[in-house]
Write a protein that binds this ligand. Sequence first.
Ligand code: CA
Length: 219
Amino acid sequence: MRLLVVEDDTLLGDGIKAGLTQEGYAVDWVEDGEAAELALKTNQYELIVLDLGLPKKSGSEVLKNMRLQGNDMPVLILTARDTVVDRVKGLDNGADDYLTKPFDLVELAARIRALLRRRGGRSTPVIRHNRLEVDPAAHQVSVDGLVVDISPREFTILQLLLENRGKVLSRSRLEEGLYAWNDEVESNTVEVHIHHLRKKLGAELIRTIRGVGYIIDKV
Ligand code: CA
């Protein structure tokens, strides 16, 4: 799952990036509104964490433009203390949630999970698919109630395919979810992860659509 963090406070931005990376997300971090718009144009993200007070272009403006362009990606805004007006404006501009600084990284991670869950159309935190159970909060996968050991990147691929059940996801789409800018992309890595997932979870779960990508069918 690839996320964009927009925050001009270096310490805070660095901390958020480190914290979310540890949670298993691929995180790109930019420090102003224009860089945010460029990143949104060139990459596919699952969610954006957006500070409102930014140099060059405000977070509110970035958000407004996103929604005007029909981009419906979940947006969590970060606001300074005592700025009720900003929060209300942010929500009115199309933000899905907000956090007031200072906040706890644990809470940020929980809110991100909740937004991604709602995005996937689920009200329960656990994803169920036939004999499979996937718990994004615990990063845990089980088959028939037995926990299966899978790596963070395998988890990301599985979660992306499950959140998009019935849709074919291309290899590059899955790759985008795995890597942030500074990560080195290994070749054939998606194929390797899919291979491992099939071995662990059953060969029939993920189907290859030749020349197009991969799909998990709706039940
Ligand atoms: Ca700021």
